[in-house]
Design a protein around this ligand. Sequence first.
Ligand SMILES: Nc1ncnc2c1ncn2[C@@H]1O[C@H](COP(=O)(O)OP(=O)(O)OP(=O)(O)O)[C@@H](O)[C@H]1O
Length: 229
Amino acid sequence: MALIQFEQLSRRYVLGETEVTAVHGVDFAVPAGQFVALWGPSGSGKSTLCNLAGTLDTPSEGRVLFEGSDVAALSDDARSDHRRRNLGFIFQQFNLVEVLSALENVMLPLQIRGTPPGECRERAREALAGVGLEAWIDHRPAQLSGGQQQRVAVARALVTRPRLVIADEPTANLDSKTAYRIVELMRSFNHVQGTTFLFATHDQRLLDQVDRRVHLRDGRIETDEDATA
Ligand SMILES: Nc1ncnc2c1ncn2[C@@H]1O[C@H](COP(=O)(O)OP(=O)(O)OP(=O)(O)O)[C@@H](O)[C@H]1O
């Protein structure tokens, strides 16, 4: 069974008089452990598909199956619970909480799950060590470089040991060397922990490293190159 599967998925947005179909009848399944990129020109539907995969948005038509259950059809509370239990998110803008230290940022998803404080601290510390930031745990985001901030964001996404990480343009704001390190880091989690990754990107540095490239155009899948198939 696929870890995540889209069935005849569509998403339309109404803007005044006009209707935009951002995603159009997409059928697509990602097996557990795959390192997959959605790519295509601006406006092709990459972010919309990521948001649907992450249950941050709901489809106009079709289903989003996570291990066979339709997560798009769940109530708001049940979707939040699914996100907390199964998903990790990484964003282009890092989205760290500015007033919290690196350690506190990484502790946050564990605290939300109700993990005991001592364990939150210990696991966050381990996750930050895993991304090479053990010396920076007390720094706030503004005191860190872009690459360090994205490493904190990777630690925050992975600290709960999610089944699926959804990363929308995770390397877009990074220089080449830093982008390469971030991709290596995510790849090593993919290999060692078996974490599945779904990226939206048009960054060739990331596209060169994935198992599978799904090319979108106008909200439809144009080609699907799967090196693992
Ligand atoms: N909240 C929204 N309201 C209205 N239209 C939207 C909304 N989100 C996306 N769209 C439209 O849906 C289409 C797909 O957008 P989407 O952001 O998914 O593309 P993308 O491939 O991620 O683009 P980019 O690389 O520029 O981020 C675009 O035409 C966009 O304008």
